[in-house]
Design a protein. Structure first.
Length: 210
């Protein structure tokens, strides 16, 4: 038995068809909602209905891109909530946007909203990677044990058999060698010191692996 469309779904279909026929564009969710007096979430639900989608396809109307199906409020919510530089809690961010938390929870159940949020989260992950790497490197240079461990693991030089203390010893020795290089100008003396440090580091590594 064929599934019939609701009145709202039929009205949305007719409006989209009219706009597409005259302007060759797919109207935004917010515009459909305002002109037809239908809640934006219901508009998104209607456009997600396979029956409506098949009717659009039969009319030669391509489905709107995911971002086009989001209202301006939804786009603003996604961008603000995922803004890692804004330390406010999600409820505080929603309050700043004038969005009811229950409305936001309803949005999260919408396939297009949740997919857009996931996609934006992945984009932000890639965009912030350089800053994360720099922050990790800064902490490692400060001698933070956890940062040193992660830094060496990412560089492929971390051995789980190594203790944090032994890593700290190697770190201090490297820093000492840098200080000596800055203050000792005799190249022969520098070469002798570097050789001795290298020997100490080699012995340390053998002791750890042994």
């Amino acid at each position: 038995m064929a599934t019939l469309m609701t009145k709202d779904e039929w009205d949305i279909l007719q409006y989209v068809d009219e706009v597409w026929s005259t302007k060759s564009t797919f109207p935004a969710v917010s515009k459909i909602s305002n002109l037809l007096g239908i809640d934006q979430i219901k508009v998104i639900d209607a456009l997600s209905n396979p029956v409506v989608q098949k009717s659009l396809e039969a009319r030669g109307i391509p489905l709107a891109d995911m971002d086009d199906r989001l209202s301006p409020e939804q786009v603003a919510a996604i961008n603000l909530i995922l803004n890692v530089s804004d330390k406010r809690s999600t409820p505080m961010k929603l309050k700043a946007l004038g969005i009811n938390p229950r409305t936001y929870q309803g949005w999260r159940k919408q396939r297009y909203f949740s997919e857009a949020m996931r996609k934006r989260g992945e984009e932000l992950f890639g965009e912030t990677m350089p800053e994360v790497h720099k922050a990790l490197m800064d902490k490692a240079l400060e001698g933070d044990p956890a940062s040193l461990k992660l830094y060496y693991a990412m560089a492929g030089r971390w051995d789980s058999s190594k203790s944090v203390e032994s890593m700290n010893i190697q770190f201090v020795m490297v820093k000492l060698l840098e200080i000596i290089q800055e203050n000792v100008k005799d190249p022969i003396a520098l070469q002798n010191i570097a050789s001795q440090f290298e020997g100490l580091l080699t012995n340390e590594k053998r002791a750890i692996s042994g």
